[in-house]
Structures are given as C-alpha cells and as structure tokens.
Design a protein around this ligand. Structure first.
Ligand code: SF4
Ligand SMILES: [Zn+2]
Ligand SMILES: [Zn+2]
Length: 340
C-alpha cells in the first residue's frame, strides 16, 4: 500500500519525499508523514468510538514495532487530553534470549514518555514461564505448539492485568496487515465465532472483559515500520523463537503479493468484514424489535444466543473466575493438562 519514496517532493510542503502512498499517490516528507499517520489513527479512533473522556487505557507494550508506535502515537494524540490516562502494560511470558530485550525497550520507552509501566509475568500468574511450559509439554509428549499455550495465557493475562489497574480499555498494536490476516485465518479455518467476534468497536457487555481496542487497525505494516524509523523509536527486531504459525505465514505471503499487484486489497477485506458485522448487528436489533411486536421469539433467541452467549461468554471459570463460555476457561484447561 505504501512504499518508500524514490525521487519526489512532498505533496504538501515540497520537502524531499520520505514515502509515497500507492493508493492516493500522495508523497510525504518525514514530518508530514508523521502528522499523516497520527491523523489517520485519530480518525480510526473516532470512527470506531474507541476512546471516550474518562478512559484509562492499558497499552500493551511488548517492545516490538507495533507496540512502540502505538504508545508513541497515543501519547501524542492524547497529550492535551487530561481526561484520558495511559498505563503501559507488558506481559513477560518467560522466553529466555528473547523477552529480555523487549522488556528493556518497553521500560526505557515508558520512562521517556513518563507513563506508568506495569509488568505481569506468566511465572507470577500461572506458576511457570513459557520456557518451563514447553519443557513440561515436551516431557509429557503433548502435541500442542508453544503458541497454543502462550496465546490463551497472554489473552487471560492481559484481561487480568487491565482489570487489576482498573483500566477501562485495553489497547493493542495490531495493524491493518495483522487484522486482515486474522479475518482470513478465521474464514479459512471455518471459525465463525472468532470471525464475528472481531469487532473494531470496544464492546462492553459485562464487567468480566476489559474491552479491547486496536487503534492502528488502518495503518499498514510498512507504514508502522516507516513511522518507527521516522521517529527514531527503538524496537525489537528478532522474532519469538517459538513462532511457527504456518497458516498465518502463508496468508501473509499471499496478502503481500496481492497488495503489491492490487493496492487497496487489505482495505477492501477490512471494510467487507466491517459491513458484515454491521449487517448482523442490525439484524439482531431488528429481530429483537420484531420479537417484541410480533412474537417471533424463536428467531430472536437464536440471534441473541449467537451474540450474547457465544460472542460474549457470560460464564465465569470455576477456577480463576475469568470469562468463558464453558465451565473452565482455556487457560485453566491447559494448566490442568500440564499438571496431570
Ligand atoms: S510467537 Fe507464539 S510463543 Fe511467541 S510470543 Fe507469540 S504467541 Fe507467544
Ligand atoms: Zn511535507
Ligand atoms: Zn480459568
């Protein structure tokens, strides 16, 4: 979608161009590019009603490019707003040789921005580091990948962390490429619940979940990298040693090649998904109104069940009290398998 400028001048101020948007063909110098990205994020936040006055935002800060850009952009967008508080939150999975660098970058950056920084570790929360979990699962010959443990543990940890600091929203650095990969991944795996649960708006159905927001969802990966470089932000460049989602990698490669040949593909997929969610929400509303007036209770129930019970589980896990659609949450189930 965007690429580094070859030889041109900024469309706005005539300084040397830093990059050109391949959709609009606008060229931006470094300074105008930084402003352009911040403006785009501000628009995304407004469009999806992500932040309101009085919010306390827990910002997921891993030390990777997306999270450092997220913190930088939010800190600048919100610096004049005394009514929104930011706290940086880092989850330490306990991956030796990898997580230490990210933690050091996150700590340095939070200090520079004078933003409170909280660290929560798997060891503290679950009694074992991810390295230890991998060791146990290998000894027990359990077939799951390290990410199958880390993913649910991290989601659980973020929710617990955000609640413990009384955050009203939890912001993550997912960018446009990540979001579209997730949409296609859910589609290709036939996972309709995850496909329909991927709301861009923060959804507050009960006090079990801290609503998530992804303010960089309309910023492409190349734009994130160029922004980090333009702002001289430090970020971790090595990947997690356990990363091995082959299907996501295939989808990423496919999307990169489509986007190169047909700029705008990522946006089309994102907006298509947006429209499907809107249509379903509208259907749910209509069916509810309809059921009140014409007694079509059965249909209304099926939509309500889909939206309330499946998309937003209301049960509490019998062990840890976190939200789940079953008796035990995924984190507790995995911990039980490891200790069996
Ligand atoms: S790649 Fe997998 S193991 Fe590594 S941090 Fe991500 S989810 Fe965890
Ligand atoms: Zn300019
Ligand atoms: Zn649990």
């Amino acid at each position: 979608m965007t690429k580094k400028a070859k030889k041109s001048t900024c469309t706005r101020c005539e300084r040397p161009a830093y990059y050109i948007d391949s959709l609009s063909h606008n060229a931006y110098c470094k300074r105008c590019f930084i402003r352009h990205i911040r403006k785009k994020v501000r628009k995304t936040i407004a469009k999806y009603h992500m932040i309101t006055h009085g919010d306390h935002i827990a910002v997921g800060l891993t030390g990777g490019k997306d999270s450092v850009v997220l913190l930088d952009v939010l800190a600048h967008i919100l610096k004049k707003s005394k009514k929104v508080k930011l706290t940086a939150v880092t989850i330490d999975e306990g991956i030796s040789g990898y997580r230490e660098e990210g933690l050091a970058i996150a700590t340095k950056l939070a200090e520079e921005f004078e933003i409170e920084h909280k660290i929560f570790s798997f060891e503290e929360l679950y009694g074992a580091t991810l390295d230890q979990v991998v060791q146990i699962k290998t000894q027990k010959n359990l077939p799951k990948t390290p990410c199958s443990y880390c993913g649910p543990f991290r989601r659980n940890a973020f929710n617990v962390a955000a609640k413990s600091i009384n955050a009203t929203k939890f912001a993550t650095g997912h960018n446009l490429d990540d979001e579209v990969e997730t949409i296609l991944l859910n589609l290709m795996r036939g996972d309709h619940i995850r496909f329909l649960r991927l709301f861009r708006e923060p959804i507050q159905v009960n006090d079990l979940f801290v609503p998530k927001i992804r303010p960089l969802v309309e910023i492409s990966q190349p734009e994130v990298i160029l922004y980090a470089l333009a702002r001289n932000l430090p970020f971790q460049q090595i990947s997690c040693p356990y990363a091995q989602d082959a299907m996501r990698n295939d989808i990423r490669n496919m999307l990169t090649s489509f986007e190169e040949k047909r700029p705008g593909t990522l946006f089309h997929i994102l907006h298509f998904h947006d429209r499907i969610l809107k249509i379903l929400q509208q259907l749910q509303k209509n069916t509810r109104n309809h059921s009140e007036n014409f007694d079509t209770q059965k249909n209304a129930m099926s939509y309500s069940n889909l939206f309330i019970n499946e998309l937003h589980p209301l049960n509490r896990c019998k062990i840890c009290n976190e939200p789940t659609s079953q008796e035990l949450c995924q984190t507790c189930k995995l911990l039980q398998q490891l200790s069996a």
